[in-house]
Write a new protein. Structure first.
Length: 129
């Protein structure tokens, strides 16, 4: 007489393993394609803050940004693409651009990036009753 264990086996089949590895691979490749664009966006934000701090006129801000762009390998925008507006006594620098990342065949991923040097407006407090 055979003794059978009442414990049911659990696990992942080979086809299930291949499926999940394919999904993980696709997510990994997508992450590797997006990472450089995020890195460039962070470099642009850093460059506009540096350009604003070291300049007092829009033309100086643009030229300083272009110098920073050469050092940081920024290729998506130039100093001409910066929007510089005077708010009170302070110059505020902002930018917006799109990056298109080709995926497979005609499919691509479009990411909208934007940033500014102005501080976020303070949160409004609810009116007291």
């Amino acid at each position: 007489m055979k003794l059978r264990s009442k414990i049911r086996q659990q696990g992942l089949s080979l086809s299930g393993l291949i499926f999940w590895l394919a999904i993980a691979g696709m997510v990994g490749v997508l992450g590797l394609k997006i990472a450089p664009t995020v890195s460039e966006y962070m470099a642009i934000k850093k460059a506009i803050v540096t350009a604003k701090a070291g300049s007092s006129t829009p033309s100086q801000i643009r030229s300083l940004f272009d110098r920073q762009a050469e050092v940081e390998y920024i290729e998506s925008i130039t100093g001409k693409d910066l929007d510089i507006a005077k708010e009170g006594d302070v110059l505020e620098v902002s930018f917006a651009y799109q990056r298109k990342i080709p995926l497979v065949g005609p499919a691509s991923l479009v990411i909208d990036y934007e940033g500014t040097t102005s501080a976020a407006p303070p949160a409004k407090k609810p009116a007291s009753k």
